[in-house]
Design a protein. Structure first.
Lengths: 114, 115
């Protein structure tokens, strides 16, 4: 069984559209995250979510919003997509917050905005 | 602010050689964990090894080991008997920073193992 799964694997869409990426973890972890990896492979945290507490990286545009229907899911919604949103988006989870538990990553979603 | 620096954008070695990837970080914390992740061409992020800062003994996982120098804030990864499957991006990671919970990653080192 896949520990952290995200769908879709690839997403191609036009500027201005709204899209969602789904993420589910079956590890029983308390904390989930979204990371963005740009074309230079730089990984940047976007959000962390733990016990209904959302921590947002202040550099993330408010067009991005995470939604957590339950502890095992953290979906990413993106409104009014822009060319610069093209990247690989990774979902991850960890047993606890604070950064001292290792992250378990999904396989990433490559988003291409045309 | 927490920062993580990987000064080697790319390295290339022959199969079976030993290679060391460097990582330095900046923190005012006293107790923390440090991590190395591997990202092969498949894009998957794989945990390679982790080190607890208050443990003096360097962590090892099979062919992978770290050289942790707490005073120097240095956390290098040594890969012994390198194999073709070790070809990947390697990221050093440290808790905190970036304005959100989780890990802050260095910019990565692209390691190429030549046959």
């Amino acid at each position: 069984d896949t520990a952290v799964s995200q769908t879709p694997k690839y997403l191609v869409t036009q500027m201005g559209n709204d899209k969602s990426i789904k993420c589910e973890q079956n590890l029983g972890h308390d904390t989930m995250y979204w990371y963005k990896q740009d074309s230079k492979k730089f990984l940047k945290i976007m959000f962390s979510y733990n016990n209904k507490e959302l921590i947002i990286n202040e550099t993330v545009p408010n067009r991005f919003s995470p939604k957590s229907p339950d502890k095992a899911h953290l979906n990413l919604h993106i409104n009014s997509l822009e060319l610069g949103d093209s990247a690989v988006y990774f979902c991850a989870s960890s047993r606890s917050s604070g950064g001292n538990s290792p992250l378990h990553f999904g396989n990433g979603t490559r988003l291409t905005v045309t | 602010a927490q920062t993580v620096t990987q000064s080697q954008p790319e390295m290339s070695v022959q199969e079976a050689e030993t290679v060391t990837l460097s990582c330095t970080y900046d923190t005012s914390e006293n107790n923390y964990y440090l991590f190395w992740y591997k990202q092969p061409p498949s894009r998957q992020m794989i945990l390679v090894i982790r080190q607890e800062a208050y443990k003096q003994q360097n962590a090892t996982e099979n062919r992978f080991s770290v050289n942790f120098q707490k005073a120097a804030k240095s956390f290098s990864l040594k890969i012994s008997d390198s194999q073709l499957g070790d070809t990947a991006m390697y990221f050093c990671a440290f808790p905190g920073g970036g304005g959100a919970d989780g890990l802050t990653f260095g910019k990565g080192t692209h390691l190429i193992i030549q046959p």
